[in-house]
Structures are given as structure tokens and as C-alpha cells.
Design a protein around this ligand. Structure first.
Ligand code: FES
Length: 105
């Protein structure tokens, strides 16, 4: 638990199955509550910068609202076209009821 983690929200701010965006050090980061676990991903699609937070989160997959690419929020991996490149993910820790985000992983 280094000092490079920033508190961004409480778990209650991001209910299960939802996504919320926070700006941390100039990066737009989408906090996803997938199946009760918190993940942090960059809030842009690797296809053409679609805002992933406005897409659909289902299980551990988020679908881009623009052209339907899907990403695994656990790894950032692109799961289907038109995206082929992964998106960045960030370290995230749940400390009690608080969500703390760290550097890209
Ligand atoms: S911008 Fe996300 S699929 Fe095209």
C-alpha cells in the first residue's frame, strides 16, 4: 500500500453492475463494480476513444457504446472487434468501504 494510491470513492458510490468515472491525475478512470469486485480501467475504447463508462457492464465485460467492442475489465483485454488492442487497467484496492486507485499495471 504505497502513497501512490488515491482515494476516489466509497464502494457505495459504485453499486454492483455499475460504472463511474473519476479523474485522477488527469486520467479519466472508469471504476467498475463487476460481480461485487472493484476494477479500474481507462475510460476510453482502444478502437476510437468511445466512453466506456457509458457502455454496458455485464459480468466482467464492458461493451463500448459506440461500435460494440467488448473488454475484460479485469485485464483490459479486447474481447471482440472492432477493438484489437487492450486498454490500460489500474491497480485498485478496497480499503474497508473505500476505493483507492494506484498506478497503471
Ligand atoms: S470506439 Fe469503441 S468500438 Fe469503436
Amino acid at each position: 500500500m504505497g502513497n501512490d494510491f488515491t482515494k476516489v470513492a466509497n464502494v457505495s458510490d459504485v453499486p454492483e453492475g455499475t460504472v463511474k468515472v473519476f479523474e485522477i491525475n488527469g486520467d479519466q478512470i472508469a471504476i467498475c463494480n463487476a460481480e461485487g469486485k472493484i476494477y479500474a480501467i481507462a475510460d476510453y475504447c482502444s478502437h476510437d476513444n468511445g466512453p466506456l463508462d457509458q457502455g454496458t457492464l455485464e459480468d466482467c465485460q464492458i461493451e463500448c457504446p459506440r461500435h460494440g467492442a467488448r473488454f475484460d475489465v479485469r485485464t483490459g483485454q479486447a474481447l471482440c472487434l472492432p477493438a484489437v488492442l487492450p486498454i490500460p487497467t489500474y491497480k485498485v484496492e478496497q480499503r474497508g468501504q473505500e476505493i483507492w486507485v494506484g498506478p497503471k499495471q
